[in-house]
Design a binder for this molecule. Sequence first.
Ligand code: XMP
Length: 518
Amino acid sequence: MTQIDDGSFDTVLVVDFGAQYAQLIARRVREAHVYSEIVPHTITAAEIAERQPAGIILSGGPKSVHVDGAPALDTDVYDLGIPVLGICYGAQLVARDLGGEVSRTDRGEYGRAELDRVGSGVLLANDEPEQLTVWMSHFDTITQAPEGFAVTGRTPATPAAVMENAERGIFGVQYHPEVVHSQHGQDLLKRFLYDAAKCRPTWTMTSIIEHEVEKVRAQVGSARVICALSGGVDSAVAAALVHKAIGPQLTCVYVDTGLMREGESDQVVETFQRNQGIELQHVRAADRFFDRLAGVLDPEEKRKVIGELFIRIFEEVSGGIDDAKFLVQGTLYPDVIESGTPEAAKIKSHHNVGGLPDDMDFELIEPLRALFKDEVRRVGEELGLPPEIVWRQPFPGPGLGVRIIGEVTLERADLLRKADAIVREEIKRADLERDIWQVFAVLLADVRSVGVMGDERTYGHPIVIRAVTSDDAMTADWARLPYDLLERMSNRIINEVQGINRVAYDITSKPPGTIEWE
Ligand code: XMP
């Protein structure tokens, strides 16, 4: 399951009780420069002991500890001598398992709460304010801490909001220190990590890079490695990291499908070939893609056609690279976590471009397997990749193909490319690029509407502007872009892109919509 914990870094295991907060906790721990990993709550004490973590954090969970079938922890974990911090549901488990009391209150506690510090301890030290605003989300509450535990914080609804048995190294906090709304929450986590679990803060970008570079060298030896660059952040950072490790043994392949955004191919060549000095095979395959896409209207069919052709071309090119034994993939930690859970319903067939089939005869190198997206970006910066690549928004593998509603042709791709470039340019000018998860244009190629420009009647296609905010693309909201910004985009698109005479703004969230149109 893991990649990193070979003793190079102190590890904290985050036991997942089904909360949306487990990933957030893991990220906060890493922000404190301690490596963390998420494990399922079914993990046994023996399995934990084998991993030799420096500390264990029990995450929140949606259920009450009193419900039948509520997820539990192997109680031998408390006797391993490894410091444990329970958060929310995790704290309630600690209370229940060690002889305290968890009761149903009549109202629960959701959102902001005022916490009174009553005494001091490891989690809430003397230098903390006597009152803190914290973020709560629970119905049951800890009414009585177990014997041997000191209570150092309480709220009107929760008599034991922070409790600890420092001697045994067991701690519980009813609120969510990992969310930004909890004052000094990160300080509390750090005190658990540094003071209780004695973790060394060595998880830094520099040490991650050094560690991965060593691993790649050991794995590859003197063999040849190839990497499919998509223009996206993940494959770019993976390639730069592997290049740092093995230099000229790496060959990158960039397949230009003709469905890229404006200026994208030039930028990939410029960054990798010229700046990083990576050997790059730039395959200009637009004609082949447009040929195959002729007459294809169904979105899933489009994805299939683009994905299959991409793989065929990649195979052709990689077959010509002698002795290529290894393939670099930009797999990230959230992909690793997600592939360990029961598969979610298939909404769209994703990752069909750049995601190469399993039966290809390569051994995989996945240097980003342990990293969250924000860490990948920081590694990329540290490796000297330009901000335009490191901070690039996600872009679907099938590219503009799934943003042309109707048949995909070169002319239509060119039209969309122009409109899309204007949208992105205006967002950049308004300095909103990093606040928005994705912003792009969609061409309704099979729709036409009547308009008037000057004295002339027009009959052109509409462009839809799509801009969403999101944390993980699983859910998204339409971005409340300023009207004057939308107006500038609309004016420019209609004036500068011939064939477009109408612009609409998509105000659908996800769900019920998806981010892409196809
Ligand atoms: P949807 O449209 O399903 O997209 O809300 C969620 C996220 O995934 C991206 N996306 C893709 N990424 N190959 C990819 O690598 C694909 O085929 C693909 N389709 C959608 C989309 O841009 C959004 O970030």
